[in-house]
Design a protein around this ligand. Sequence first.
Ligand SMILES: C[S@@+](CC[C@H](N)C(=O)[O-])C[C@H]1O[C@@H](n2cnc3c(N)ncnc32)[C@H](O)[C@@H]1O
Length: 320
Amino acid sequence: MQSRMPYNQYQLSEIVKSLQENHISPLKFTYFAGGASRFMAVNSHPKYGIPQIETRLLRNKIINVFQDMAKPSTLNVLDIGCGDGRKAKEVLSCLTQWSIVKYLPIDISAGMLTNAIRTVRGNDQLGSIEIQDIESDFEEIDEIKSNQIRKHKKYQNSLLLFLGNILGNVQSPEKVLNGVIKLMDPGDHMLVGIDLWNQDKIQEIRQQYEFREMFDLVFTTLEYLGAKQGDGEFDVLVDQDDHEVKIMFKFNRVWEYTLPFQIHYRTITAHFEKGDSVQLASSYRFSKRKLAEIMRNIHLPDSQTYEDDAGTFLLINFIK
Ligand SMILES: C[S@@+](CC[C@H](N)C(=O)[O-])C[C@H]1O[C@@H](n2cnc3c(N)ncnc32)[C@H](O)[C@@H]1O
């Protein structure tokens, strides 16, 4: 992994503050620099099967969404939290058969934007598609930011993609959705992909997160701050009450020169003694009840849902 610190001063301050106050390493900073290639390894790992399920669902249903949009001849596709662009590639290679498309990947990580562009351009059919990448934090979309982003829309109709259960990685899904909705105009559609909670599959859920490449990915931020995986051990917890999977790292090395582990940034210090744990990732899985509650709290009344046969994943087609 590159050793140069990928975070700016605001990001560093947010990370160290979160570690100091809550012992949480904010997941959104995981995908920077070396984390971007680590994500690619996780996304195609056989143990982490969810991306394949979502991709299949997209492949089967994208045409229905396009028909609902009345098959526009030109279209912006805004890919929010684009990741490596593999899911967008599926969507784009279908839509470009009927429409002229401008692809707008939006991500907090410059490395992810580069990967998404490479993936899309690497597809024969999409080699010359128009692309505008936007480096931005989707948790911070206010009026000003939404206007800046909307300026990059070229055509009247837009399809937004918000895939990969990103909504399960944020503290307030309603707040984030209401921010992202600001990017939509009347008639626009947004596809949101979420993982569903299944009480009978706890063991399977845990196993989806218990592999080396996943641990490497979620450790990225701590590693940039100077920690080493050898300083402790990983644990995957499935909280059955909160429907949440957490990946934890417990500092347990006794070598005097590694512990306590301290991270300083300006006046902030995060301090970890032997036995202290850091939350590296948290992924919430949605129950139908929770989903209904969220739908009531956001300003998009119309939607359709598509679910896979095993009930593990849901695609929601929101219409503004
Ligand atoms: C779990 S990956 C999902 C990627 C892709 N949507 C998919 O389904 O494969 C999360 C992506 O969202 C980006 N991301 C996470 N938090 C973000 C934020 N607050 N603002 C912008 N991008 C963010 C990450 O950099 C990463 O590329």
